[in-house]
Design a protein around this ligand. Sequence first.
Ligand SMILES: Nc1ncnc2c1ncn2[C@@H]1O[C@H](COP(=O)(O)OP(=O)(O)O)[C@@H](O)[C@H]1O
Ligand SMILES: [Mg+2]
Length: 578
Amino acid sequence: MPVLARILRHTFRFPLQSALSLVMAVLCTTLVLVLPGVTMRFIDVIIGQRRPDLIWSTAAIGIAAILARQLLFTLRTYVNNSLELKLTHLVRVELYDKLQRLPVKWFDSNSSGEIMSRVADDVPTMDRVMIEGVDQALAAVLQFLIVAGYMCYHSWQLTLVTLAPLPFIGLLTSWWARRSEPMWRASSEASSALNAILHDHLAGIRQIKAYTVEPKALETFGAASRKVGEKHLRVMRGQAIVWPSVSFIAESGIILMVAFGAYWALAGKISAGTVISFLVAWGFLFDPISRINTLAQTFTRGIVAAKRVFSIIDTPDESHITEGTRPAGLRGHVRFENVSFDYAADSPAIRGLSFEAKPGETIALVGATGAGKSTVLNLLTRFYEPNGGRILIDGIPLAEISKEWLRDQLGYVTQESFLFNTTLRENLLLAKQDATDDELWAALEAANAAAFVRAHPEGLSTLAGERGGRFSGGEKQRLSIARALLKNPPLLLLDEATSALDNRTERLVQQALENLRADRTCFVIAHRLSTVQQADRICVLDGGRLVEQGTHAQLVAQSGAYAKLCDAGFAFDPRPAA
Ligand SMILES: Nc1ncnc2c1ncn2[C@@H]1O[C@H](COP(=O)(O)OP(=O)(O)O)[C@@H](O)[C@H]1O
Ligand SMILES: [Mg+2]
């Protein structure tokens, strides 16, 4: 099974620890043999040959073996657990690293809750196969072989009788393993779906409360939760029948063994001690089999989890951010040549778009909501790659430029302001890791954000809250602008950067942005005439196409789409309700 082989390959990253664990498993198992041996000696030698002098030494051997076995168990538990934790950590970090390399497009079609359940639940479930599963399966096979060998040595006939139920048990368990895999998968998927709903509802808790749709939300959550239970119950129902059947077959075997043992002992073929030692050994022989239940479950669930983890690991990366050329400097000449792009098939967001921004120019993108303005910026940042045409920066195709280098040149104030749930200082330092507090305050001052930050007793150490929830939309927007100002990048992308500000604040921030716009190429998406008017060129988008371009004066004179927008008061982009 390739998935299993792949899981095992992970384990061999710690060869020493894995080997130690296996050696201890072998030792533990070998010690198992002392007990039936000691029993046989008690019956056949000490009682049979009347040797009371051997009682205490034999008992001491038995107890020493039991003690050694348990000590080894302790050591094994410790070694295995530390191995498991190390592996889980390794795989989890690898998965996270992989997630960061996946293209933005991938995140459009995979929900956060679902991804979270893969990282949090599937990784440990998969690793349990590597440690518990493999270690116990090997120990079980080994124990079985050693005990069966011991039995054969004493009476191969009785051993055959003892092993008679095995083929039936083997058939039943392998049938169940195959059958239960899709059931475990369904159960896992149901859990992920539940997580996704929970994540979504928590993110939208204000909307749920505002629209008083708590009962409806509860119902959705309840249905998903019930489904998890139902899917899990299907597996459990199967287990409830399969495992007792296995035990029934195994335990009927004891009676068969003792019956044949008694028959052969009466015939004088074997000693009574042998029969009794078989009885003791039987426990050790079938102990691995009784553990098949948990083992099969560990394996089947682990394989289901591993498939989910590997499906992320196998998703093609976008080219690594460091791949590609790193020009010596950026003049800021941007050219779109017949660029087309769609997020999903059959719904083009950008169609045959061509325009040019010369170094230092400010280009305003205007158009109705959904016209494709933000998409233009998404393409410039290489969050998405065009389906057709090409974008050139200083004459170099964007596709050939290192994403890291490109993004280091960009200041991007996104349409929806986002702050991480950490201090304001750390949120700002994203833009410039070695900035001093003085620089941070200067940026805040320029973005007209210093006053409200100062009003917080904690100042720059104030926590932003989840998604920056402790700050208003306008405050978040100013913090995002401060972040871009701090970076002081040669290429500036402003997506409705001032949409959540009141008129007075906007004028103040506008002034700061104006200063920032000097000497650098700038793309501005704005909803206000005042911003757009000053642009060197205005590009009017409609349905993903460029319908007009020119200066404000030229476009007004054309009395085309732009002039109509101006007449309509320019209120074509509603302010985000942040
Ligand atoms: N992540 C996405 N997945 C699928 N479709 C998207 C995505 N983002 C935007 N779109 C669609 O692409 C079109 C252009 O969107 P956008 O560039 O955000 O418009 P604008 O910024 O002009 O309001 C819209 O029809 C929108 O629904
Ligand atoms: Mg937009």
